[in-house]
Design a protein around this ligand. Structure first.
Ligand SMILES: *Cc1c(COP(=O)(O)O)cnc(C)c1O
Length: 344
């Protein structure tokens, strides 16, 4: 019998039945009064618990993203959302997840933390999905509850094709990680959740919004999926400082656009200059703010760059011969190019 997506079979029974913690800020939601309900300290600037529902941030985000606030979840970075998804859908020691390497390492680490078995379906030679193998595995193995897709993918940099066909046929939850989507405009699935009841789209403030230190991740999904994440998360998962930092970024779209255009310009520059350097053998196509570059001896190039205080990511263990270079500021890229040239 063909497996299809079934809500009640996909969510863990303990999570379906869960009565969430009711915080002081849930039980009284007014703005005014003398607050003697949460055992807070009456003194200081950061003495009050933050809004557990991040209403102001969600409202602003809803306008920027064109998605209703009720279909948004805010996490303490995408990394919290990845962990939450495992806890909501995967029975430890029993269920499994499909991951398509080479890809983001946290999908695997979070699976191991949650004692969820990993089924690996590697990307093809051109770093695209092996859709037939993914769906075949999900059909024949009833323990498969989850699929993580990353588009544009890290560390390869390319966007994935045919994602919606896979989501439509996948008999479990699909998480589409769009951490780099702002560098790949027009390809987001954030407005496709009405069509796909099993889709969770993840984005983040860590990359194009320049707020990695604030730890603010976003999920887009149908309301019943958002409700599961809301009741499973720690009540105050996003601090007031972090909510305010994200809100401030959203209120300066011109700064966002300006930085984005500098990064995209600098990426073009690197794409133009890197191939002229002798040790560079290949640059993979990138839809993100980084380049996967095959060099003559990745370990050596990595070590030599570190000696010169230019830190790239050695991805040799994932993609043989490759380093991953983040597109930096014009001055940072000057230095990178200079040091690479000196190695030849
Ligand atoms: C950088 C990155 C993230 C961001 O994670 P945060 O926890 O939001 O900082 C998520 N997914 C991928 C694939 C990334 O490369």
């Amino acid at each position: 019998m063909k497996r299809t997506f079934e809500w009640t079979k996909t969510v863990r029974p303990n999570i379906l039945a869960l009565h969430p913690y009711s915080s002081a800020r849930d039980e009284f939601t007014g703005e005014e009064g003398i607050f003697l309900d949460a055992n807070e300290n009456p003194f200081g600037e950061y003495n009050r618990y933050p809004d557990p529902h991040q209403k102001a941030l969600k409202q602003a985000l809803s306008e920027v993203k064109g998605v209703p606030a009720g279909q948004l979840f805010i996490g303490n970075g995408s990394d919290e959302i990845i962990d939450l998804v495992y806890r909501i859908f995967c029975e430890p020691g029993k269920d499994s997840v499909i991951i398509c390497p080479p890809t983001y390492g946290m999908y695997e680490v979070a699976a191991n933390i949650n004692d969820v078995a990993i089924r690996r379906i590697p990307l093809t030679a051109s770093f695209q999905l092996n859709a037939d193998a993914i769906l075949q595995t999900a059909q024949t193995d009833p323990s498969v509850k989850l699929l993580f897709l990353c588009s544009p993918n890290n560390p390869t940099g390319n966007g994935l094709n045919g994602v919606e066909e896979v989501i439509r046929a996948f008999p479990g939850i699909v998480v589409a990680d769009e951490a780099y989507i702002d560098f790949y405009p027009g390809r987001s699935l954030k407005n496709r959740t009405a069509t796909h009841p099993n889709l969770i789209v993840m984005q983040t403030f860590s990359k194009a919004w320049a707020l990695a230190s604030a730890r603010v991740g976003i999920a887009f999904a149908q309301e019943r999926l958002i409700a599961l994440m809301d009741k499973t998360k720690p009540p105050y998962n996003v601090s007031r400082l972090n909510q305010e930092a994200a809100l401030a970024a959203l209120s300066h779209p011109e700064a966002f656009e300006e930085r984005l255009s500098v990064i995209l310009e600098q990426k073009e520059r690197l794409l133009h200059e890197l191939p002229r350097i002798g040790i560079v053998k290949k640059i993979y196509p990138s839809d993100a703010n980084f380049l996967l570059v095959e060099v003559d001896d990745a370990n050596r190039v990595y070590d030599r760059l570190v000696e010169k205080k230019v830190i790239v990511r050695n991805r040799h263990s994932q993609v043989p011969g490759c380093i991953r270079i983040t597109v930096g500021s014009p001055e940072e890229n000057d230095k990178l190019l200079k040091e690479l040239e000196m190695m030849c």
